[in-house]
Design a protein around this ligand. Structure first.
Ligand SMILES: [Zn+2]
Length: 124
């Protein structure tokens, strides 16, 4: 059995998010108010370029659903019930989570439209 997946650094220390955002805001304000205008042009151009790269990379290489099991770390998560997007089961270790969302998995499998249509039919 593989080791459990270790959470991200900020997930283990969420209290750091507030001070980091405050520090980033202070640095941004300091740059905007004290730096020469030429730097602002470079920074804004860089941000615009990053936004363009982000948009192009998301369009050409769309994200994949995370199928990593939180229990065993294997890429074995599947939806429990193909008729809904709720509930995940691991095919490697048998881990189940009846409340976990399988929305991205259904979207990746192309079954999302059918699940939503079935839900609307059962509601009306
Ligand atoms: Zn597992």
């Amino acid at each position: 059995m593989a080791a459990p997946v270790r959470p991200h650094f900020l997930a283990r220390h969420p209290w750091l998010i507030g001070p980091l955002l405050l520090a980033a805001t202070a640095v941004g304000l300091g740059l905007a108010l004290k730096a020469p205008d030429r730097i602002a042009v470079w920074v804004l151009g860089g941000l615009g370029g990053l936004a363009l790269l982000w948009t192009l990379s998301a369009a050409f290489w769309p994200s994949r659903a995370d199928r990593t099991c939180p229990e065993c770390g294997a890429e074995g998560l599947r939806r429990m019930d193909p008729a809904t997007t709720r509930g995940l089961v691991c095919t490697s270790c048998g881990h189940t989570d009846a409340e976990a969302s399988g929305w991205f998995l259904a979207e990746e499998e192309g079954a999302l439209d059918e699940v939503i249509a079935n839900r609307h039919r059962s509601d009306s």
